[in-house]
Design a protein around this ligand. Sequence first.
Ligand code: DQA
Length: 149
Amino acid sequence: MKILVMHGVNLDLLGKREAEHYGTQTLATINKKLEALVPQLAKAAGIKGEVELTFFQTNIEAEFLAKLGEGFDGAVLNPAAWTHTSIALADRLKALGLPFAEAHLSNIAAREDFRHKSYAAPHARGVVFGFGFGSYAAALFGLLLSLKA
Ligand code: DQA
């Protein structure tokens, strides 16, 4: 099973960006921890074969949209600011029907009003936010459970 883990605009700056919201871990650390965890999550979700993760980050929306169409079985997406702005993202997620879980490091419900709206969420299997790295781990687990079901 091939799963895309994709991080959107400005998430390349993790570790030096607004630590009060995003913590101090770098993106490389987050990816490494997910890679280490995925066999246990897959086992707990009852998936027998290998779950292969592909990590991708871009600051270019067109690249983010293109990657979604590369034939993955599912995705964990943190679209970052595009979450709140991109009708193109919503349309593409709907059109592709790619099973995905949405993850955010910070508690977007507790922040500015414009962060309360997600254009992606209606198309997601589920959404997790507010747990830092834990949001990605929980989103991946939830996605695997939903793919197994
Ligand atoms: C974010 C939340 C977004 O509102 C913000 O634009 C980001 C990161 C998060 O992971 O908490 O860049 O997606």
